[in-house]
Design a protein around this ligand. Structure first.
Ligand SMILES: NC(=O)c1ccc[n+]([C@@H]2O[C@H](COP(=O)([O-])OP(=O)(O)OC[C@H]3O[C@@H](n4cnc5c(N)ncnc54)[C@H](OP(=O)(O)O)[C@@H]3O)[C@@H](O)[C@H]2O)c1
Length: 446
């Protein structure tokens, strides 16, 4: 078996392509690499832009200009700008296009020559995205990354970031197994990705022929995505198109050194580069913030549902250690869940308690500086009760967005992730006991 080397040594002199660096997970990944190994050779960041000038502008404003980089900025002081310009290259592109949308042929050849590692995090994470956009980004994006990777001469490893919820309507213990198109059959309906693409093409042609209004196209394509997802057994367009992305990867990977991580629900940083950093109001934060402001008083779910939450810095730490381990052949598994529901389960009711005690102690403040005290815990109602009571628009919106998770009946197995932790023991110091975090969350400090 190959020797376990330190992550530090592994990263030294490497050239890495990262997609999705303006996003939540991508940004934390880029920051950590630059912080722990300044001797990285180069980071190419593929940013959605039509030209290099705009890509560089996005790099400055939407990546390194963000607060998550403040520790690194402080570390380098006046030299921060020159450090970044030596190490980071903004590449204009788009993962939904061939060659990742990189128009500059010289840039492409240089990347094919230099890249050692590819980390693909780019995705549209909108649950209710237009079907054509979601399939272009999440499904064909994965396809284009694999094609690009196959042209690289010195490639050691490719990481595709998926989501644990590609499992669709599964229940019970959900194992870390690859998705194969052959297994994708709901009743008599068999998934055929080519057919899905063809159906989209036909719809778009029809819109063109009828000069259809853009708003109508958006609305029809959103409903179409949801209908196709439901038909094939997925709750929304996002996870359906991510699942199809994984299926294509499986089909195409051939001998490419490639693996997939499937994080569960990614939440703010636990400790690095500092605790509590998050980008905007996302995933479960929508519920937390609206409750803290007194806007949301009830929520559709089951108190006993186990929520699977994982801090973003833990996801990134796993990504980095796994890149090293898989490139050295220390694990042969293809899929890794990154979550907490098996080893450190936390129930919806515990999160509700934590929210109540937190906001009682730290109330939100309105725009006039007045405290917005919470007086009651968030009420959890069953979906049927909600339908009878015809709840508020906000409750309906949260139900639509979150019921897949707040009524979820699965637990994510982490056998593969755990065995990787064992072979790289010592490197995974970051895998702190999540119970500690949960206890802090619910105010139990013992
Ligand atoms: N956040 C979670 O809770 C969670 C949980 C499980 C798995 N994941 C997975 O983790 C990955 C990262 O998620 P995230 O939360 O960081 O998402 P995010 O914040 O929504 O960021 C998505 C990133 O993808 C980029 N992107 C979208 N379409 C693109 C295109 N056509 N070409 C190039 N780049 C494109 C976005 O760029 P723009 O700035 O141009 O839009 C952005 O940088 C995704 O693959 C997601 O499925 C996330």
């Amino acid at each position: 078996m190959a020797k376990v080397e330190s992550v530090h040594d592994f990263l030294k002199g490497k050239t890495i392509l990262v997609t999705g660096a303006t996003g939540f997970v991508g940004k934390v990944f880029v920051e950590k690499i630059l912080r722990v190994q300044p001797d990285i050779k180069k980071l190419y960041l593929l940013l959605r832009a039509s030209n290099p000038y705009l890509a560089t502008h996005r790099l400055q404003n939407e990546v390194i200009g963000k607060d998550i980089f403040r520790v690194l900025r402080d570390k380098w002081g006046a030299d921060f700008g020159s450090f970044i310009s030596k190490k980071v290259v903004a590449v204009a592109g788009d993962v939904s296009l061939n060659n990742l949308g990189i128009k500059d042929e010289n840039m492409r050849s240089q990347m094919f020559e230099e890249l050692n590692v590819i980390v693909h995090t780019a995705a549209t994470t909108n649950f209710n995205e237009r079907y054509d956009i979601a399939i272009g980004t999440n499904t064909m994006g994965a396809f284009h990354v694999v094609n690009f990777a196959k042209s690289c001469h010195k490639l050691e490893i490719v990481l595709h970031v998926s989501t644990a919820y590609v499992c669709g309507e599964a229940e019970g213990l959900i194992v870390e197994e690859p998705l194969h198109v052959n297994g994708m059959q709901k009743g008599s309906t068999k998934l055929d990705i080519e057919l899905e693409k063809q159906l989209i093409e036909e719809k778009l042609k029809e819109f063109k022929a009828h000069n259809t209004d853009k708003e109508v196209i958006t609305s029809v394509m959103k409903s179409f995505g949801l209908a196709r997802a439901n038909l094939h057994g997925w709750p929304n367009t996002y996870v359906f198109t991510k699942a199809m992305g994984e299926i294509l990867l499986m089909k195409m990977k051939d001998t490419l050194p490639l693996f997939v991580i499937r994080p569960t629900t990614v939440v703010s940083t636990h400790s690095e580069p500092f605790p509590g950093w998050i980008e905007g109001v996302r995933t479960i934060d929508f519920v937390v913030v609206n409750y803290g402001q007194g806007i949301l008083t009830s929520f559709v779910g089951n108190s006993e549902t186990i929520l699977d939450l994982i801090p973003v810095d833990m996801v990134v730490n796993f990504m980095i250690v796994a890149l090293m381990a898989l490139s050295k052949g220390l694990s042969k598994n293809f899929v890794y869940h990154i979550g907490s529901s098996l080893r450190n389960p936390i129930k919806l009711t515990d999160v509700v308690d934590a929210m109540y005690y937190y906001f009682k102690k730290n109330p939100c403040v309105d725009k006039y500086g007045k405290l917005m005290a919470v007086t009651k815990k968030l009420t959890i109602t069953g979906a049927n009760e909600f339908n009878q009571n015809k709840g508020s628009k906000l409750v309906k919106k949260t139900e639509d967005l979150y019921k897949t998770y707040s009524l979820f009946k699965g637990i994510f197995d982490v056998k593969n992730a755990e065995s990787l932790r064992i072979v790289t023991k010592g490197l995974l110091m970051w895998m702190v006991n999540l119970t500690l975090i949960q206890r802090t969350l619910i105010g139990k400090t013992t």
